[in-house]
Design a binder for this molecule. Structure first.
Ligand code: NAD
Ligand code: AHE
Ligand code: ZN
Ligand code: ZN
Length: 370
């Protein structure tokens, strides 16, 4: 057992408690990581709120980390002590039906236990005063030390700054990947991006890379517009400024609708708007946002009958072990402006403030360092 500083979510809706916990050694096929830095994603806030049907308490949240391998368990062959890594909430075993399909990044090798807040052997490595604490998304990066299965760890270049490339562990990869891998936006396309937080802004940079001709950013918080334009949005609009539905506004602006839209909020009403602002015959809408328990999407089936396509994207369709190191290299070459996303940096003790900044719409990403 080692001691670790961690932010523990004891109950839904309660602030995280910064405290010392016990971390058990890595078992067969597992590695112990020292987390150097972690981003705070809206999904952490969603689960903390109690809206996540898979949410468990007490738990150690966090899934956007940059880390160093501290120890390896028996049988681990692809990682060594000292390796720089990004924890993966979407692992890549390379052997399951999903990995072998070549059609998806959603490896299911350990999805069952991961969703139950446990390691693949059905137990937790975290405890406090002998009481177990659940893992979260298989990553739990809000603890200085965390344990992951080898298949859920991407080895990256040692030259990359972990306090920046941690954002590739979720937010930036998710938005970019949804545009480039899931939608496969083609040059000259028109794109609408709903929600200009960390995910939506990453979709903006993906759309720039895809050479979209128009990138329309939509947000109810106009404070997000400047950064969206800096990253390449060609225009930004606030639904509150119009007295007609936002899908109608976009259809009117784009001669019948956009080629691609992305929902980066987690609001089922906006998901409908995002679908319905797509062009008849071919427009595709990608759901990235995560909606709360019990929420459902709806539209008139006629929207699909007439050629619009509704799809979803998790972790940008990226296979973490084989493809994420390439995203890190692209950052190193100056192709991914991670610095623009990091609006705040703070120590673990201030992590509750990072959640406040997110809820107040004042941050894009806060990076927590240990
Ligand atoms: P964020 O809080 O940083 O950004 C959300 C943005 O949406 C904010 O700018 C907010 O002002 C805007 N917004 C809220 N309501 C709106 C409305 N009705 N109309 C227009 N804009 C509105 O959150 P984030 O970290 O960017 O995450 C966004 C969503 O993506 C969350 O639901 C998160 O859980 C989800 N997510 C999904 C994946 C995935 O793999 N599918 C990965 C990461 C995050
Ligand atoms: N637990 C939620 C689902 C949450 C969800 O959809 N998570 C995304 C990643 S969000 C990262 O910020 C994801 O990868 N989903 C695929 C998966 O297998 O969870 C619920 O509704 O139960
Ligand atoms: Zn996330
Ligand atoms: Zn697999």
């Amino acid at each position: 057992m080692i001691k670790s500083r961690a932010a523990v979510a004891w109950a839904a809706g309660a602030p995280l408690e910064i405290t010392e916990i016990d971390v058990a050694p890595p078992q067969a096929g597992e590695v112990l990581l020292r987390v150097v830095a972690t981003g705070v994603c809206h999904t952490d806030a969603y689960t903390l709120s109690g809206d996540d049907p898979e949410g468990l308490f007490p738990a150690i949240l966090g899934h956007e980390g940059g880390a160093i391998v501290e120890a390896i368990g028996p049988g681990v062959t692809s990682l060594a002590v000292g390796d720089h890594v990004i924890p993966l909430y979407t692992p890549e075993c390379g052997k399951c039906k999903f990995c072998l399909s070549g059609k998806t990044n959603l490896c299911q090798a350990i999805r069952g236990t991961q969703g139950k807040g446990l390691m693949p052997d059905g137990t937790s490595r975290f405890s406090k005063d002998g009481k177990p604490i659940f893992h979260y998304m298989g990553t739990s990066t809000f603890s200085e030390y965390t344990v992951l299965p080898e298949i859920a760890v991407a080895k990256i270049s040692k030259d990359a700054p972990l306090e920046k490339v941690c954002l590739l562990g979720c937010g930036v990869t998710t938005g970019m990947g949804a545009v480039l891998n899931t939608a496969k936006v083609t040059p000259g396309s028109t794109v609408a991006i709903f929600g200009l937080g960390g995910i939506g802004l990453s979709a903006v940079i993906g759309a720039v890379m895809a050479k979209a001709s128009r990138i329309i950013g939509i947000d109810t918080n106009p404070a997000k517009f400047e950064i969206a334009k800096q990253l390449g949005a060609t225009e930004c609009i606030n639904p509150k400024d119009f007295d007609k539905p936002i899908q109608q506004v976009i259809v009117d602006l784009t001669d019948g609708g956009v080629d691609y839209s992305f929902e980066c909020i987690g609001n089922v009403n906006v998901m409908r708007s995002a679908l319905e602002c797509c062009h008849k015959g071919w427009g595709e809408s990608i759901i990235i946002g995560v909606a709360g328990a019990g929420q459902e999407i709806s539209t008139r089936p006629f929207q699909l009958v007439t050629g619009r396509v509704w799809r979803g994207s998790a972790f940008g369709g990226v296979r973490g072990r084989s493809e994420l190191p390439g995203y890190v290299d692209r950052f190193q070459k100056g192709e991914i402006p991670l610095d623009t996303f990091i609006t705040h940096k703070m120590g673990l003790k201030d992590i509750n403030h990072a959640f406040e900044l997110m809820h107040e719409g004042k941050s894009i990403r806060t990076v927590i360092h240990y």
